[in-house]
Design a protein around this ligand. Structure first.
Ligand code: KPL
Length: 296
């Protein structure tokens, strides 16, 4: 598994109950690490072997839960270990990473997933399960699940094979486009997007554009659901600080290139105007642009 953030730890810990899981890290300073998942007042602890990316050892199944902008680099770092029939599952925010990987590794079997399971990191490899959610996994154009999926369906709560995974990925993209940049810009929790009228108006404008883009791109089902799904997630995660707000607050790179920028590339291809999303992208880029030190 590549990516030991909150979602990575949650799934690694669950999958460990039905078979081996190895943590792939840039550097391995120990042979194994303990992953702790707190939930319902208790804590589960599993010990997982660690392998440095540059080491040898064939990888036949790879789960990638890194930040979107790290997917390509992380998979390239283990490329020498991937078996010709390696099955790779990408699970995280954003879209466009699968296209990048397909360009680099056209022979590999790529699957995509999206989850609403909630978890946040308390310390390295120590996470708190913040809420049960649904996980959808699929491969564009593939109706039936591959054999490895039975381990996921046995292990991960509410995990289903989705023969139309693009719809689920697009809906999650829409949710992230409407919530993440706005909360990052205003430094607010998700719920404030509904509670503050001026922000609710902006959410509505963003959703109008996103729905038009999704419709033009051939996802009319998504277009119909955008406003309702965004409102549901804002209500259901009202106390959350979005991942982009957390990234901005910590001075980390954001996933905006794989969220709003991806959406805007599709908008341009489909000739759909999207001024509200474009303005938000510009403001997030300005907010996170590296500062030039006049002294240095
Ligand atoms: O996915 C999320 C994120 O923060 O990245 C949402 C659904 C917006 C929850 O905060």
């Amino acid at each position: 598994m590549l990516g030991a953030g909150a979602i990575g730890c949650l799934f690694a810990s669950a999958l460990r109950s039905t078979g081996p899981v190895t943590l792939l890290l840039r550097e391995a300073t120990a042979a194994a690490a303990e992953v702790v998942v707190e939930r319902d007042g208790g804590a589960s602890r599993v010990s997982l072997p660690i392998s440095a990316a540059a080491q040898d050892g064939a990888i036949s199944h790879l789960l990638v839960t890194t930040k979107a902008y790290d997917v390509r680099r992380a998979v390239s770092a283990v490329a020498h270990r991937l078996t010709p029939a390696c099955q790779i599952l990408l699970l995280g925010n954003g879209m466009g990473m699968a296209d990048e990987l397909r360009a680099d590794f056209p022979h590999l079997a790529l699957y995509c997933g999206t989850t609403t399971a909630g978890a946040y990191r308390i310390a390295p490899l120590h996470v708190r399960h913040a809420g049960r959610g649904a996980t959808r996994i699929g491969q564009p154009g593939r109706r039936l699940a591959p054999p490895w999926f039975s381990r996921w369906s046995r292990t991960v709560a509410d995990c289903t094979w989705d023969a139309q995974i693009e719809q689920a990925l697009w809906l999650k993209l829409a949710i992230n486009c409407a919530i993440n940049p706005l909360t990052a810009l205003h430094g607010c929790r998700n719920g404030e997007l509904a509670a503050r009228p001026e922000l609710a108006l902006q959410v509505a404008r963003l959703c109008d554009e996103i729905a038009a883009i999704a419709g033009a791109a051939g996802y009319s089902g998504v277009a119909r659901q955008v406003h309702g799904a965004v409102a549901d997630v804002i209500a259901g995660t009202a106390h959350n600080r979005s991942s982009m707000l957390q990234d901005v607050a910590a001075g980390r790179r954001t996933e905006i290139d794989y969220i709003s920028a991806y959406l805007l590339r599709v908008a341009a291809r489909c000739n759909v105007p999207a001024p509200a999303n474009a303005a938000l992208l510009r403001r997030i880029r300005a907010l996170t642009a590296p500062r030039i030190d006049p002294e240095g």
